[in-house]
Design a protein around this ligand. Structure first.
Ligand code: UT7
Length: 338
């Protein structure tokens, strides 16, 4: 059996910085509230009409990841793209990446697991590599939230949190079983699907024809905006994060003390700090960048992992843990010997 290793990483965020002060001009919010509750100081918003779509940003991150892996785009055997904000309702952005990078007609899979999307995508890539089916898999997480948020006081509990950006990784086959991705752990609890949800357009709940009819009749449609029961999500997040990190450590015969670097999904700095305390980790052992980017959902882990790696905080031989929790509910972890 083979093992998969991450050999290349890349990220991309739009240049346009939006501060908490900028948001306070659009809605009744303020820097103090946002920083105190979430840790966020600023986030990036793609400029409307620019090439920074979900696919566009994903492609930019992917190019860097492929270059840093030292392989050619034609060495890619499979593409996995995680996002909750695809350019089109269908097809998903995986095929758009294949086209944009002019990669031969390899398979492209779209993963719809929101904040856990990158963890799920890495797990999928890992399985394909372990079985020997593919050698090099490109995994992308990218989100364009800013064009779809309710930028009024009504939506402030959700909209101040999210930002745009992309990250990517190249996984390759290795025969060294002591290094690379040791295990992945995936979970879901669909009974809480409506606690963090975007219902429209949805063929099950919100038919396009209904939306058009409401529009014609001047009925305001808020079903296009994400809704979140923040406190409930928060309470579940801290429990599930802890559980799934522990599950990964236990499966590999590791202890809390063995963690060199934890890269949590950047949902809320308070969640990361809670996990840090629970696992007895120092500030150097948990990577956070939510202060600068907000929550970029499926992109948050690959952006953070890339930055940590570029800053020399993820080194050969380190035990690196990735973990996420979010809409679905879905959650998961990845245990890596770097
Ligand atoms: O990545 C996916 C997973 N997502 C998460 O893990 C997010 C988990 N949840 C959270 O991070 C937090 O619940 C939030 C940051 C979203 C909200 O923080 P909270 O401490 O749970 O606040 P809250 O929603 O209970 O709101 C408290 C008060 C309310 O006012 P009243 O009812 O007490 O008068 C809100 O209306 O704060 C008000 N509020 C705001 N005030 C200023 C809500 N949003 C804002 C805002 N600015 N942006």
């Amino acid at each position: 059996m083979y093992t998969s290793r991450i050999i290349g990483l890349g990220h991309y965020v739009p240049d346009n910085v939006v501060t908490n002060g900028d948001l306070s001009k659009l809605m009744d919010t303020n820097d103090e509230w946002i920083q105190e509750r979430t840790g966020i100081k600023e986030r990036r918003y793609a400029i409307k009409g620019s090439e920074d779509t979900t696919t566009g940003m994903g492609v930019k991150a992917a190019k860097v990841a492929i270059d840093s892996a030292g392989i050619d785009k034609d060495d890619i055997d499979f593409i996995v793209f995680a996002t909750l904000s695809p350019d089109y309702y269908f097809p998903g952005p995986g095929v758009a990446v294949q086209k944009a990078l002019d990669i031969k007609t390899v398979g492209a899979l779209d993963v719809r697991n929101q904040c856990s999307g990158f963890i799920y995508a890495i797990s999928v890539a890992d399985q394909f590599i372990k079985t020997g089916m593919y050698k090099n898999v490109l995994v992308i997480g990218s989100e364009l939230h800013s064009h779809g948020l309710d930028m009024t006081t009504r939506g402030r509990g959700v909209s101040v949190i999210f930002g745009d950006g992309a990250g990517a990784a190249v996984l390759t086959r290795s025969e060294d079983n002591n290094r690379g991705i040791l295990s992945t752990h995936l979970h879901s609890q669909g009974e809480h699907a409506e606690e963090l949800v975007l219902t429209a357009p949805g063929m099950g709940t919100r038919w396009v024809n209904d939306i058009l009819k409401d529009h014609e009749n001047g009925v305001e449609d808020t079903s296009y905006y994400p809704k979140m029961n923040g406190k409930f999500v928060f309470k579940n997040a801290v429990v599930r994060f802890s559980e799934v990190i522990m599950e990964g450590l236990t499966q590999n015969g590791l202890k809390k003390e063995d963690i060199d670097m934890l890269i949590p999904h950047q949902a809320n700095l308070r969640i990361s700090q809670f996990i840090q305390r629970k696992f007895g980790l120092s500030d150097d052992q948990v990577y956070n960048n939510i202060m600068r980017y907000g929550n970029t959902t499926a992109a948050s882990i690959p952006i953070a992992l890339t930055e940590a790696w570029l800053e020399g905080k993820v080194k050969e031989g380190d035990t690196v843990v990735l973990a996420a929790f979010g809409s679905g509910f879905t959650w998961g972890s990845v245990i890596i010997k770097w």
